[in-house]
Ligand binder design. Structure first.
Ligand code: BES
Ligand code: MN
Ligand code: MN
Length: 458
């Protein structure tokens, strides 16, 4: 029997908002080397908060940004739940597109606007507040550990060694993560798969210096044109990636899985409209959800070369470059894919140019057990908040540490989301609906209750 005090009535929503605002004011951009002080301050903010809730809490220095670890193990005989989240955020650029400044959280139309509001400070902090809410009623129903990192958005380079070195301390029965998006506004969901990633730069070199485009144009190789050619050759007209061996060994989608996704209430027209486009181009033979969740892809994420200032300058650049990410699915290994593109791109360089590939980071794809008993506990918790059963989805994004959690901690991962795609994670004007934040706090509290209830596993 689960005890059900009215947690919703006990939640102090004003306080929850104010505290999240304070966290969101800290510009914890992990990619920005000028923000290392802000990163440390954010870690300390979280450590102090968890310490204040009676957790044994510390920040741990790494070669990069600090890790926050906290535990409260006062529920003997009960399961141990490790909650993972990240306090780092994406760069705020382009700044001019924000209606209100990214690090001055503001509520408009029922939404909290700020960088990191949904990814992932808001969702991580919902767990902190969920724990506080439970503590206001008595002792926690399970043992709780928090692992909050500051390098997720740059590929978690220092977390895996930390997890390896602290595997005993981090031991848990289940790892809870809220760092994705629910399927729809009224629909709770449990995510059971994440894509992996291989992220590289392509550099193209032409002449030894920038050239007068009249004196040399028509004779000299142009690295920007060359780069454009290389990029267009990386995908064919069926939307398939052309890198030899790219698709080798991938787990094909099963009919059952395709059917489960086809049954979800998804509309291509609504999806296209939500991002302001008229079509959704992608790999032939697959639906939109299949392309997003179950198929790999390749995208250019940035491009540079030549003159970018006001007005014109007649010049043929000596160099050009692009940032390219490949999203991977189970069966693909990021190191292998990185090697394949590194070997392939130089062969595409037009005469007179050289093209090289420079790896930035990678992350493994991962699929969780659809039949895990913890899914039932999560579903019960979500049902209490949203009044309906959860759907099972996969996600197009990735979280680099998750595969390592599975290898090193040998505990099942439970991915329970609070926000929505429309929260515009990574975009200007990122937001988190105030209601979703409060529902997230309740979800966290109910989930911990369900995980501590004797019927977990049935
Ligand atoms: N929270 C996202 C990942 C995500 C997004 C999962 C949507 C599920 C649904 C995470 O913060 C993120 O952005 N990850 C990066 C990883 C990369 C930097 C290695 C990503 O997917 O681009
Ligand atoms: Mn995230
Ligand atoms: Mn992110």
């Amino acid at each position: 029997m689960t005890q059900t005090p009215d947690l919703s009535a006990a939640l102090n929503r004003e306080q929850a908002n104010e505290e999240l605002f304070a966290l969101l004011r800290l510009p914890s951009v992990s990619a920005d080397p000028t923000r290392t002080g802000d990163m440390a301050a954010t870690a300390e903010f979280l450590r102090a908060k968890l310490g204040g809730l009676g957790f044994t809490a510390r920040t741990e220095a790494t070669a990069g940004h600090p890790i926050v670890y906290a535990e409260r193990l006062n529920a003997p005989g009960k399961p141990t739940v490790l909650i993972y989240g990240h306090y780092d955020v994406q760069p705020e650029a382009p700044l001019e597109e924000w209606v209100t400044p990214p690090f001055e959280p503001t509520i408009r139309d029922g939404r909290i606007y700020a960088r990191g509001s949904t990814d992932d400070k808001g969702q991580s902090y919902a767990h902190v507040m969920g724990v506080e809410l439970l503590l206001s009623q008595g002792e926690l129903p399970v043992n709780v550990k928090f692992l909050l990192e500051g390098e997720e958005e740059i590929g978690s380079p220092n977390l895996e060694p930390y997890v390896r070195d602290h595997a005993d301390e981090l031991k848990a029965d289940v790892i809870v993560i809220s760092d994705g998006s629910r399927f729809g506004p009224e629909i709770p969901s449990i995510t059971y798969g994440l894509r992996g990633i291989s992220y590289v730069e392509i550099h193209v070199q032409g002449a030894s210096r920038d050239l007068h485009s009249g004196s040399y144009g028509g004779a000299a190789p142009n690295p920007i044109n060359a780069l454009a050619q290389i990029i267009t050759r990386l995908k064919d007209d069926q939307g398939r990636v052309t890198i030899p061996g790219f698709y080798d060994g991938i787990d094909e989608l099963t009919d059952a899985e395709r059917q489960m996704w086809a049954d979800l209430p998804h509309s291509d027209a609504a999806f296209a409209a939500s991002i302001g486009v008229s079509a959704l181009p992608g790999e032939a033979g697959y639906t939109t959800l299949e392309r997003l969740w179950g198929r790999p892809t390749l995208d250019v994420n940035g491009i540079w070369g030549g003159y970018q200032g006001e007005g014109s300058k007649t010049v043929i650049a000596a160099k050009a470059g692009a940032k390219v990410s490949m999203r991977l699915v189970p069966g693909q290994d990021p190191e292998r894919v990185t090697r394949l593109i590194t070997e392939y791109v130089p062969t595409l360089a037009p005469e007179g140019t050289t093209a090289t590939v420079h790896p930035l980071h990678g992350g493994r794809p991962f699929k969780f057990d659809l039949n895990s008993p913890y899914n039932h506990a999560a579903n019960r918790a979500l049902h209490r908040v949203y009044g309906r059963d959860a759907v099972f989805t996969r996600a197009g994004g990735g979280i680099p540490i998750v595969a390592a959690f599975n290898d090193l901690l040998r505990a099942p991962v439970l991915f329970v989301d609070m926000g929505l795609n429309e929260d515009a994670l990574h975009s200007p004007n990122e937001s988190f609906a105030v209601n979703d934040y409060h529902n997230g706090i309740l979800t966290s509290a109910y989930l911990l209750q369900e995980l501590g209830a004797p019927n977990t596993g049935e």
